[in-house]
Design a protein around this ligand. Structure first.
Ligand SMILES: Cc1ncc(COP(=O)(O)O)c(C=O)c1O
Length: 386
């Protein structure tokens, strides 16, 4: 089989790494208990506050995103507490699983995969039971490509002094607006391998003053992910344990780059790429999984009749040297997902759509070749003229 020369990473994490970060990370390693590293830490602490739109410290953890999710439960909840978990996909299920492991009782809101949660359900549950300590959700549920209404839910949870709002923004921070302080999000998480354009290995947690009060009371076991200890160390530009030095150095490059592009431009770029991707697949006669509230990070497309979504992913991998993502759990074989977050711009989307057209055509799907690309170009052309 002919294989393309070039490799393209178009999955919703890991995503392509910023070139400047790659080259910085290949320099000889430095030690972390040094003024040089402390300078880097001082810079990334400021950059993270800008990214998270917060005055709070953004904690840097050496782990994948799930580590920060675990820390968000173990540091702020108590044994026997009740917590609402919005289960609209695989990552929503993860909240519920982590709560259960720690002896926190999950009150699950099961949302049909592909749909966003109705905030009124959360308002109703909190009104009926004010002992609920937390509301756990994804801003962007990567498995279904849905964005939940975070601003509206924050408005609701804010009214309850004994409830915190915990948002997994792992595929959302740096993609679309989630101004933590302005909206009143109590804990906001992300990971390095998504919009941060870095390899996997770092996770981040920003914590509100309200949530730190919950930390003081929390009786759940924690050691590696003791966020209070990390906060103290970070205030000295240090880290509780050996940090992922190389990734933190890459992070400085990324955050400098993010500041230079500007958050508003970053949000606008992701919105543009997402709109173009959606219009392209619709023009090809395909259907989106997320109809009402699609995420700007990734687009989930229903596999056409008679074609297994997994085969689209495999063909693109084996013949075209392109990684996209398939469906997870109950969506396995039924969808495929093309990501457009991080170090990605308009011509990357054109490549992704062209590849999809090639693969679907080879798998026997009937449509007019070039339709998707034309629709995406139309969007870019109009946007860039405006
Ligand atoms: C929304 C969301 N939450 C959590 C995770 C889990 O992160 P990790 O695989 O880095 O542990 C992911 C990763 O894809 C994600 O997209």
């Amino acid at each position: 089989v002919h294989k393309q020369l070039k490799y393209y990473l178009m999955a919703p994490g890991p995503t392509p790494v910023l070139t400047q970060a790659l080259s910085k990370m290949s320099e000889p390693l430095i030690h972390h208990r040094t003024p040089l590293f402390e300078e880097v830490m001082a810079s990334v602490r400021e950059g993270l506050k800008y990214l998270f739109q917060t005055e709070q410290e953004v904690l840097i953890l050496s782990c994948s995103g799930t580590g920060s999710m675990e820390g968000a439960v173990s540091n702020f909840m108590c044994r026997g507490d009740k917590a609402i978990c919005v289960r609209g996909g695989k990552f929503g299920e993860r909240w519920s699983e982590i709560c259960t492991v720690y002896g926190v009782e999950p009150l699950n809101i099961d949302v049909q995969w592909g749909e966003a949660v109705d905030p009124a359900i959360i308002a109703d549950m909190l009104q009926k039971d004010s002992s609920i300590k937390g509301v756990f959700i994804q801003a962007s549920e990567t498995s279904t490509a849905v964005a939940h209404p975070i601003k509206e839910i924050a408005e609701i949870v804010k009214k309850y002094d004994d409830t915190i709002f915990v948002v997994d923004g792992i595929s959302a921070v740096g993609v679309f607006p989630l101004p933590m302080d302005e909206w009143g999000i109590d804990i906001l998480l992300t990971g390095s391998q998504k919009s941060l354009m870095l390899p996997p290995g770092l996770a981040f947690a920003a914590v509100s003053e309200k949530a730190w009060k919950f930390y003081e009371k929390s009786d759940l076991p924690k050691y590696y992910f003791d966020l209070g200890k990390q906060l103290k160390k970070q205030n000295e530009n240090q880290s509780t344990f050996t940090p992922a030095v190389t990734l933190v150095i890459g992070l400085k490059e990324v955050l400098d780059h993010i500041r230079a592009e500007g958050l508003d431009n970053i949000f606008e770029r992701h919105d543009r790429l997402a709109r173009a991707t959606r219009e392209a697949v619709k023009a090809m006669g395909l259907e989106l999984l997320a109809k009402n509230s699609p995420s700007s990070a990734v687009t989930a497309i229903k596999s056409p009749e008679g074609i297994n979504g997994g085969d689209v992913v495999k063909l693109l991998r084996n013949k075209h040297n392109i990684t996209i993502a398939g469906g997870q759990a109950q969506l396995k074989g039924k969808i495929f997902r093309i990501a457009h977050l991080g170090y990605v711009d308009i011509y990357d989307v054109i490549i992704g759509i062209s590849a999809l057209e090639m693969a679907l055509s080879e798998l026997g799907y009937k449509f007019q070749l070039g339709k998707g690309v034309a629709a995406a170009l139309e969007i870019f052309n109009n946007d860039l003229k405006a």
